[in-house]
Design a protein around this ligand. Structure first.
Ligand SMILES: Cc1cc2nc3c(=O)[nH]c(=O)nc-3n(C[C@H](O)[C@H](O)[C@H](O)COP(=O)(O)OP(=O)(O)OC[C@H]3O[C@@H](n4cnc5c(N)ncnc54)[C@H](O)[C@@H]3O)c2cc1C
Ligand code: FES
Length: 330
C-alpha cells in the first residue's frame, strides 16, 4: 500500500488525502474538489500553484510553480492553488448529440456541427471544450467554437491527424443524423474579468475556442482592447479568416493579425512563428493578459518566451494546449 498523506489548502478549511502514487490534481478530484486544469499532462501549466510546506515528487524539480497534475506528495503538504471549488456534479452532461453536418473547411480541417436532443441544453463558458467518448470509452477533446448562447448545439473545428483515431477513422464515417456521445463541458480556458487588454494567440484549430470567446465578448461589448494573432502554415489553412476580418471592421477595439509560417508567393502579411510575431510587436507584455491556444509546441514556447523575455506575469497567461498522443512520445 502506498503511503498516504494529508494535503491542506492554504487559507481555507479544505484538506484531502493523497497517496504517494497519486497526483495532487487527481486526489483533489477524487475528494470532490476541482482545481484548474486543461491538459492533465504537464504541458499547459493551467494547474500550476505553490507548495507552501512539505515535499513533493515532480518531473520539474526547482520550479517555483508546481504542476499539480504531475506532482505527487512525499510528505503532508500545504498547497496554494490558483482556485479550488467543490465539484458540481450537475455541471457536466453526457449527451448523445446528433451530427447536423461536417464541412471541409481546409485540406485538414473539418467543421463538425452537433445538435443536442430536443429540450437538452449544455451550459458552458466560452473557451471550454467537450470530450467525444468513443465506443470503447476512449476520449478525444475538442473545443466548442460556438458562443455559449447557442446552448443546444456544439460546433467543433477538428484537425484531421494522420493516424488519428477520431479525426481520420471515425469522422469520415459521420453523416447527417449520426450520433456522437459527448461529455460537456471541461476546461479552464475562458476570458477572465480584467481591465487589461487581451492578446489572443492561436495556431490552426486553436482558433475554435478563441472564436467562441471573441464572439461572446464582442456580443457583450467588452470594453477592453483585444487583438488576435492567428498562425498557420499557408493562407488557406486560416480556414475562417473572413470572420475575424469582419469583427475588426465592425469593432474599433478589436484587431486581427494573420501570420503564416510557409506563405505562398504573393502573401504580403506577417510571416514566421505566430508567438514571435506577438513579441515583435510588444516590447513588454507586463500590462496584458495572454490567451494562447493550439499545438503544444506553440503554447509552451509562448508561455516560456512571453514570461522570460516580455515580462508577462505568469498569472496572466491562460491557455489550452492541444495535446496529442504524439506529443507525449516526445
Ligand atoms: C483541452 C483540449 C482541447 C482540444 N481542442 C481541440 C480542437 O478544438 N480542435 C482540434 O483539432 N484538436 C483539439 N485538441 C487536440 C485533439 O484532442 C487531439 O489532437 C486528439 O489527439 C485528436 O484525436 P484523434 O483521435 O483524431 O487522434 P489520435 O488518435 O489522438 O492521434 C493523434 C496523433 O497522435 C498519433 N499517435 C496516436 N497514438 C500514438 C502513440 N501511441 N504514439 C505516437 N503517436 C501516436 C497519431 O498518429 C496522430 O498523429 C484538443 C486537445 C485538448 C487537450
Ligand atoms: S493540467 Fe497540468 S500542465 Fe496542463
Amino acid at each position: 500500500m502506498p503511503e498516504r498523506f494529508t494535503i491542506r489548502v492554504a487559507n481555507t478549511d479544505i484538506a484531502f488525502a493523497c497517496d504517494a502514487n497519486t497526483t495532487i490534481l487527481d486526489a483533489a478530484n477524487a475528494a470532490g474538489f476541482e482545481l484548474p486544469y486543461s491538459c492533465r499532462r504537464g504541458a499547459c501549466a493551467s494547474c500550476r500553484g505553490l507548495v507552501r510546506s512539505g515535499e513533493i515528487e515532480t518531473p520539474y524539480p526547482g520550479d517555483i510553480y508546481v504542476l499539480f497534475c504531475q506532482a505527487r506528495p512525499k510528505t503532508d503538504l500545504e498547497i496554494v492553488p490558483r482556485e479550488i471549488r467543490p465539484i458540481d456534479p450537475a455541471a457536466k452532461s453526457t449527451i448523445d448529440a446528433k451530427v447536423l453536418r461536417v464541412v471541409e473547411a481546409a485540406d485538414d480541417v473539418r467543421i463538425v456541427q452537433l445538435r443536442f436532443p430536443a429540450g437538452v441544453r449544455a451550459k458552458f463558458k466560452a473557451g471550454q471544450y467537450l470530450d467525444v467518448i468513443l465506443d470503447d470509452g476512449e476520449r478525444r477533446s475538442f473545443s466548442m467554437a460556438n458562443a455559449p448562447q447557442q446552448s443546444d448545439v456544439a460546433v467543433l473545428h477538428v484537425r484531421v491527424m494522420k493516424g488519428g483515431r477520431f479525426s481520420e477513422q471515425v469522422l469520415p464515417g459521420l453523416a447527417s443524423g449520426s450520433l456522437l456521445k459527448i461529455e460537456i463541458p471541461s476546461g479552464d480556458f475562458w476570458l477572465r474579468d480584467s481591465a487589461k487588454p487581451a492578446v489572443f494567440v492561436a495556431s490552426g484549430t486553436g482558433f475554435a475556442p478563441v472564436k467562441s470567446i471573441l464572439e461572446d465578448a464582442l456580443r457583450k461589448k467588452d470594453p477592453r482592447d483585444m487583438i488576435l494573432y492567428w498562425g498557420a502554415r499557408r493562407e488557406k489553412d486560416l480556414y475562417l479568416a473572413d470572420l475575424p476580418k469582419k469583427w475588426a471592421a465592425q469593432n474599433p477595439k478589436f484587431r486581427f493579425i494573420p501570420v503564416l509560417s510557409e506563405p505562398e508567393p504573393g502573401w504580403t502579411g506577417r510571416t514566421g512563428f505566430v508567438h514571435r510575431a506577438v513579441m515583435e510587436d510588444y516590447p513588454s507584455l507586463a500590462a496584458y493578459q495572454v490567451y494562447a491556444c493550439g499545438v503544444t509546441a506553440m503554447v509552451e514556447a509562448a508561455r516560456r518566451d512571453f514570461i522570460a523575455e516580455r515580462g508577462l506575469p505568469p498569472d496572466d497567461f491562460y491557455c489550452d494546449a492541444f495535446v496529442t498522443p504524439a506529443d507525449l512520445k516526445t
